[in-house]
Ligand binder design. Structure first.
Ligand code: AMP
Ligand code: GLY
Length: 432
């Protein structure tokens, strides 16, 4: 309507996921104004960046009290676990993302395991301990292989997949005695190892129902062939062929359906994205972890496939009126290749100028999402984080999307750039 002030949306976070969210929301037919806190050089193209950290809930609230955004979409888990949704809601502000009680599904792996067992959600058998000696004894009896997990948030670093008991005892020591993850390691889970293919299934949840989004697969290790240390995610593709219709129906029924029923029994109203990290085993899908938010980099591979507006689906979630018709997918495949800084996931260099962004973005089907980038004083885009860019391409099928994404990667250059050359290779292998 002419003269009507446009809708305001605040996106909390500053990585590739948030650039993808800001990009998708900015393209909505209502043309909302997007603000991103703190954002990056990429979000600056479609949003107004605010110099407020994603974890500074008081700072974000202060901005929101005066600016009154119509909607706030929270990217990372830390503010959700710290109760950003509760705080915003108590001031009459609409937030897309669960309250702290629901976010515990990600914030405490013990809580997630306990609730899955109560709900009958398929997951690896596990025991949990707060006493190191008791954990060690159990481990000795259990033997290897085994998976050791710190209970709390540990930026993806608190999980140890151990092939020998010695490795597992070492992990227990690191977590419980050396307290490498601080209070996140006060309790540990000792879990059976599952074998199979991993897939990420994200769902919109409106407090009552779950609506599955397109499937995707992440690549957690730094090097080709799934070697080297774990990272935040080096690339993703969507859809994941392992999640066929039959598997999606099982995931919907056996995982999301049962979990939501159990949350309800406990009076936990979950609203937002619920992300299930799954292992597709010979006995069907099993949950490795829940996240209370969009995945990164999965979101970069999923949102370009979203047909039409996303905003109505997010709003329907908040009203408890989610409907299948609100979500549709382009048949195209999408591939996101993460370009990371030299040294990542360890210490890495910053401030390196990035060349070729415009040339890459001009290639067919390509969108370059920024993660760890910032604008230097001369307005040049420079690196500022471990994961720097999510170079993303749509194609009529996975081979075309892969080819396009890597053509774009080839067009981009910064000193020390590292990336995997085998994103989606597993799915391509399956197809031939
Ligand atoms: P999580 O943060 O719990 O998803 O664990 C991180 C990664 O560790 C997962 O993506 C899997 O690759 C691996 N992992 C976690 N739990 C298990 C398990 N029970 N069996 C095999 N691999 C696992
Ligand atoms: N890509 C894994 C995550 O977002 O947790």
């Amino acid at each position: 309507m002419p003269g009507e002030p446009s809708m305001k949306i605040l996106v909390v976070g500053g990585g590739g996921r948030e650039h993808a969210l800001a990009w998708k929301l900015a393209a909505d037919s209502r043309r909302p104004r997007i603000f991103c806190a703190p954002g990056n050089a990429g979000t600056a193209q479609t949003a107004v960046n605010l110099p407020i950290a994603a974890t500074d809930i008081e700072g974000l609230l202060e901005w929101a009290r005066t600016e009154r955004p119509d909607l706030t979409v929270v990217g990372p888990e830390a503010p959700l676990c710290a109760g950003i949704a509760d705080r915003f809601e108590s001031e009459g502000l609409r937030v897309f993302g669960p309250r702290a009680d629901g976010a515990r599904l990600e914030g405490s792996k013990v809580f997630a395991k306990e609730i899955m067992l109560a709900a009958g959600v398929p997951t690896a058998p596990a025991r949990w301990f707060s006493d190191h000696a008791a954990a060690g004894e159990y481990l000795q009896a259990h033997g290897a292989p085994v998976v050791i997990k710190a209970d709390g948030l540990a930026a993806g670093k608190g999980v140890f997949v151990c092939t020998t008991e010695e490795e597992a005892q070492d992990a227990l020591k690191k977590i419980m005695l050396e307290k490498e993850f601080g209070p996140a390691g006060e309790r540990v889970l000792i879990e059976d190892l599952l074998d199979g293919e991993e897939v990420s299934m994200l769902a919109l949840v409106d407090g009552d129902k779950a609506l599955l989004l397109a499937s995707s697969q992440d690549h957690k290790r730094i090097y080709d062939g799934d070697r080297g240390p774990n990272t935040g995610g080096m690339g993703a593709y969507s859809p994941a062929p392992v999640a066929d219709e039959e598997m999606r129906a099982r995931v919907e029924r056996e995982i999301f359906g049962r979990l939501l029923a159990e949350l309800k029994r406990r009076d936990i109203r979950y609203q937002g994205i619920l992300y299930a990290g799954l292992m597709i085993t010979g006995r069907g899908p099993h949950v490795l972890e829940f996240n209370c938010r969009f995945g990164d980099p999965e979101t970069q591979a999923i949102l370009p496939r979203w047909e039409g507006d996303m905003l109505p689906a997010l709003e329907a979630c908040l009203r408890g009126e989610l409907r299948q018709e609100l979500v549709a997918w382009r048949p195209d495949a999408c591939v996101c290749v993460v370009m990371a800084s030299q040294g990542y996931p360890g210490r890495y260099a910053k401030g390196r100028p990035i060349k070729g962004l415009d040339q890459a973005a001009a290639l067919p089907g390509v969108t370059v999402f920024h993660a760890g980038t910032t604008l230097a004083e001369n307005d040049e885009v420079v690196t500022s984080g471990g994961r720097v860019l999510g170079v993303t391409a749509l194609g009529k099928d996975l081979p075309e999307a892969v080819e396009r994404a890597y053509a774009a990667v080839d067009a981009i250059d910064f000193e020390g750039a590292q990336y995997r050359r085998d994103i989606a290779a597993r799915a391509l292998g399956r197809k031939t």
